[in-house]
Write a protein of this length. Structure first.
Length: 58
């Protein structure tokens, strides 16, 4: 069973685009219909040393 808090690959790809466009965590959460803490956790979990988010898990 898929974790209800885990983002799908499609959502991660959308998140990457929104993040590159400079949207806030709350704006991204509204677009993806997810809680802003879920988005913040995902951004923190999957970023590189340059603070850039990547939709592919590292």
């Amino acid at each position: 069973m898929e974790d209800e808090y885990e983002l799908t690959t499609f959502e991660r790809e959308q998140l990457e685009v929104l993040h590159k466009l400079g949207h806030s965590t709350k704006e991204m959460s509204a677009v993806l219909n997810r809680h802003h803490s879920c988005i913040a956790t995902e951004l923190k979990r999957n970023h590189n040393i340059n603070e850039k988010y990547h939709s592919r898990r590292l």
